[in-house]
Design a binder for this molecule. Structure first.
Ligand code: ADP
Ligand code: MG
Length: 240
């Protein structure tokens, strides 16, 4: 589903990804952990082309993102993104937030989009919130709306960038539960998170990034029980 090969990303003179390789199969859940500033967000942003690629290759579902002929709107629609800050439109109801993408980008009819939006809000446990505005919701509810919005585009994969980092601790679980359900249903997911229990329970693979490189990669059992790299050990010692 995703093939990243020797990805280099520079912002002007500053090189922040020094040659990243990462392959993600359909249905896989890959969790990326690592210290602040190590390039995790930049990597995700390159996968749905919110950032230009300086060098190397990123192929998403067969589309080469460096190819000028690739339809970027289509690629963005196929790779949903869920951010730490939910980025909902405050002046639109919850349902409108969810149906906007299918109507504008997928050219779906309003009635069909409403039906889909209603179904997806029920799926994330917010069937009763369709007509309220985002500022009437808790952070956990807002993030679940953001997940429903992403699902409304019928993505092939979803990229999560620290989806629970802005939430009060008691609201983290409800968002992780929705993500776990998606994983069980076979959604391909790349998740940047500091939630180590989520990584242990849900990930097929855990990646440790440091200073713009993938330093270690393993299945969760091995990764946590027996980290190979000194920097991984140091990081896990701090967060666990
Ligand atoms: P992480 O998500 O792991 O905390 P980021 O990908 O946000 O790391 O950032 C990696 C590095 O890239 C940091 O040094 C950050 O300052 C730099 N960076 C990120 N975005 C930009 C940008 N738009 N312009 C310049 N530097 C950036
Ligand atoms: Mg980040």
């Amino acid at each position: 589903m995703v093939r990243i090969e020797n990805l280099i990303k520079r912002f002007g003179e500053l090189e922040v990804l020094h040659g990243v390789d990462l392959h993600v199969k359909a249905g896989e859940v890959v969790v990326i952990i690592g210290p602040s500033g190590s390039g995790k967000s930049t990597l995700l942003r390159c996968v749905n082309r919110l950032e230009d690629i300086t060098d190397g290759r990123v192929i998403v579902d067969g589309h080469d993102l460096a190819d000028k002929n690739t339809n970027m709107n289509l690629v963005r629609a196929e790779a949903g993104m869920v951010f730490q800050q939910f980025n909902l439109f405050p002046h639109m109801t919850v349902l409108k937030n969810v149906t906007l993408g299918p109507i504008k980008v997928r050219k779906m009819g309003r009635a069909e989009a409403r039906t889909l939006g209603t179904k997806l809000l029920a799926k994330v446990g917010l069937g009763d919130k369709a007509d309220v505005y985002p500022d009437q919701l808790s952070g956990g509810q807002k993030q679940r709306v953001a997940i429903a919005r992403s699902l409304a585009m019928n993505p092939k994969l979803i990229l999560f960038d620290e989806p629970t980092s802005a939430l009060d601790p008691e609201l983290v679980g409800e968002v992780l539960d929705v993500m776990k359900d998606l994983a069980k249903e076979g959604m391909t997911m790349i998740v940047v998170t500091h939630e180590m229990n989520f990584a242990k329970d849900v990930a097929d693979r855990v990646i440790f990034m440091d200073d713009g490189r993938v330093v270690e990669e393993n299945d969760p059992e091995q990764f946590f029980a027996n980290p190979q790299n000194e920097r991984t050990r140091e990081f896990l010692g701090k967060v666990e």
